[in-house]
Write a protein that binds this ligand. Structure first.
Ligand code: FCB
Length: 445
């Protein structure tokens, strides 16, 4: 039996574009994800977030479900283009939705955790150069300040960016996420401006003079392991780790980019003239906590014909429906490394969860034992880590409900609540009932 301390918080997480729908309502303007979804061939079967879980209209019902499960906190993100449908034009109607949602959460004793950016960059910002334009730092700061002003009374827990790696590398280098560019120089510039905008938002947050509120950034961290003990594989693995993990951890915690990778990137992406004096100081501004999203590990080998001479290898562990290996030890390794090499700040696991091919049993039950096993094994690792003094303060399970899983559309179900996308009916899966029990007893049996 594993016990969680009284002040350990249990939560659930979602993001705006993945659940809200109401894409054109109350003045919202499109984001890069609206455009990406409508570009043929980009998203599974042309799915879009136009309706998604219709959470914009059903938020009360969804808060009821959160209450029923008994979470202490709920993490959601704000759609920038609802609040600012045009540059500099504030839309109170868009903000009203978040105010109502937050009121409803607080009425039900659920602490809101707000993420300012979960990838849905407004199209107006994209049309002005997006994250490639250094002014994006200023636009993001202005947006953040407005949100702080409007919500500071009720929100105590803030995160700036969700997974800058995905917004920059997947979006600007690999082209698999919006805006779908394939250019390594652009990706590095986007990453830099995103990180800088994090620093600018935290700076504004400090100036704002919040009292008991906290702010941090969320990084997706995943360990890389070489398939063999050969020097070539070990070095390849370190390079891959460099792009996914160190490229974001080092600037945030050490005010520098990893030199080994910089040398490689300068050859393929040109000079780093987009880094200006003082930028790294700003990026490494002190946070109150670090958010870690963890799903799986990476197994890699040396491979001559790839940019970093490093290639993924399929491992033989059990996999989720995403094809991701189930490896809770990877979470353990990441946290131990963070504590050793990077930070003593409180850590929250801001996302962890699994997609499986759920089957609706007799129209009313989802027996998702595999998902329960997944969550359980990761929570056990967290308990283990905390016993060793890791100071992990909370866990947000991804996700409250099945939703729009980016390029996979609605084909991958991560929720602990099943959503019938035709009728919008919600059904608590067995994992939701299991999680409810864990939260209630603060114990895993
Ligand atoms: C993370 C994203 C989240 C969701 C999960 C499965 O990378 O932050 O929106 O898609 O993966």
């Amino acid at each position: 039996m594993v016990k969680f301390e009284k002040n350990f918080i249990f939560g659930l997480a979602t993001s705006s574009y993945q659940i809200e729908g109401a894409a054109t309502e109350d003045g919202r303007s499109p984001s890069i994800w609206d455009t990406f979804c409508k570009t043929p061939g980009k998203v599974y079967e042309g799915h879009t977030g136009d309706v998604a879980c219709d959470h914009y209209h059903r938020y009360k019902e969804d808060v009821k479900i959160l209450k029923e499960i008994g979470v202490n906190t709920y993490r959601f993100s704000i759609s920038w283009s609802r609040i600012f449908p045009e540059y500099g034009k504030y839309n109170p109607k868009g903000m009203e939705f978040y105010k109502k949602l937050i009121d409803e959460l607080i009425r039900n004793d659920i602490e809101p955790t707000v993420t300012l950016f979960h990838w849905d960059l407004p199209m107006w910002a994209y049309n002005m150069g997006g994250w490639l334009n250094r002014d994006s730092v200023k636009w993001f700061q202005e947006y953040a300040v407005k949100v702080f002003e409007e919500l500071n009374d009720s929100v105590k827990f803030w995160t700036t960016h969700n997974e800058p790696f995905c917004a920059s590398i997947l979006g600007y280098n690999l082209g698999v996420h919006a805006p779908g560019h394939k250019n390594i120089r652009e990706a590095l510039i986007a990453a830099h401006h995103i990180l800088l905008s994090h620093g600018a938002a935290v700076e504004a947050f400090r100036e704002f003079g919040f009292k008991d509120s906290k702010i941090g950034i969320i990084l997706n961290l995943s360990p890389f392991y070489p398939v063999s003990d050969s020097k070539e594989d070990i070095e390849a693995s370190y390079r891959c780790d460099g792009l996914s993990n160190r490229w974001f951890l080092d600037p945030v915690f050490k005010a520098s980019y990893p030199e080994d990778l910089k040398k490689i990137f300068i050859k393929m992406a040109g000079e780093f003239d987009f880094i200006k004096d003082g930028d790294l100081q700003k990026i490494s501004i002190k946070n109150d906590f670090l958010g870690v999203n963890y799903y799986s590990r990476n197994l890699v080998k040396f491979f001559q014909d790839s940019k970093l001479n490093c290639q993924s290898v399929k491992g033989n562990l059990k996999k989720t429906a995403m094809g991701w290996e189930i490896y809770p030890e990877g979470l353990y390794d990441i946290i131990v490394r963070l504590r050793k090499e990077y930070t003593q700040l409180p850590i929250y696991i801001t996302e962890n969860g699994a997609a499986f091919d759920d089957v609706l049993f007799e129209g009313k039950q989802i027996k998702d034992a595999e998902r329960i096993d997944y969550i359980k094994s990761h929570l056990m690792k967290i308990a283990d880590l905390n016993r060793q003094g890791a100071d992990i303060k909370g866990y947000y399970l991804w996700s409250l409900m099945d939703n729009f899983e980016w390029t996979y559309g609605y084909s991958k179900r991560f929720g602990i609540v099943y959503v019938d996308f035709k009728t919008q009916e919600r059904i608590l899966k067995d994992s939701a009932l299991w999680y409810k029990d864990v939260i209630k007893n603060r114990t895993i049996k």
